[in-house]
Design a protein around this ligand. Sequence first.
Ligand code: ATP
Length: 243
Amino acid sequence: MADAAAARGPGTTAMLSVRGLNAWYGESHILHGVDFDVARGEVVTLLGRNGAGKTTTLKSIMGIVPRREGAIAFEGREIGRLASNRIAQLGIAYCPEERGIFASLDVEENLLLPPVVREGGLSVDQIFELFPNLKERLKSQGTKLSGGEQQMLAIGRILRTGARLLLLDEPTEGLAPVSVQQIGRTIRRLQAQGFTILLVEQNFRFAATVADRHYVMDHGRVVDMIPNADLQANMAKLHDYLG
Ligand code: ATP
């Protein structure tokens, strides 16, 4: 990172602070000193080419990579050595790219599956208010849902848990434009309700509609930070980064 101060968010105390994060899958060294911050109430994206290490960064924060080193502070507490269940209990939830909807369970069963780990989570009624389609499909099996409905269910069910920091991995991938717009509206509403969101995205046009700031990753490092207001001015550079 050329300017470490620029990486440090908008001057508020970070809710999440990552410093010198390294991660490995077996012998493969994937993250090489990732640094970034997310302030409470922000929506921040990790942008970057395929294989840059975005998903691995989310998984490292959540404690679900085989090996990680470095400092990860959440609300001032070091979590870089905690097990994933302890990290979840502190109020971080991860929505994976593959969504993880159980095909043999219906919408309601999928929704009620993750345990409530803290107070302050959304009620089922509040989740249905965000995603009315899910209410209509309450007894539909996971397999019968469209991609957009599956994504809404995957996000909806982590909102029950009481998590305040949401790690969303490519929530718009493969979705029709109407579903992408709905995910965008949802992210903005969740931010207005006080959630903090770290979002992995390939689609920076979508990212620009929801995020406050963007971190660019390349080869397992954060190489730039672009405030959303400066995105247009940085378009040429961004095209270079993203290929
Ligand atoms: P993508 O959008 O393609 O997922 P990404 O930036 O999220 O890109 P990661 O998924 O973090 O990238 O992958 C970073 C690197 O780690 C890639 O080279 C990938 O092949 C490798 N990798 C990811 N998961 C594993 C795994 N389970 N075992 C071994 N290598 C992995």
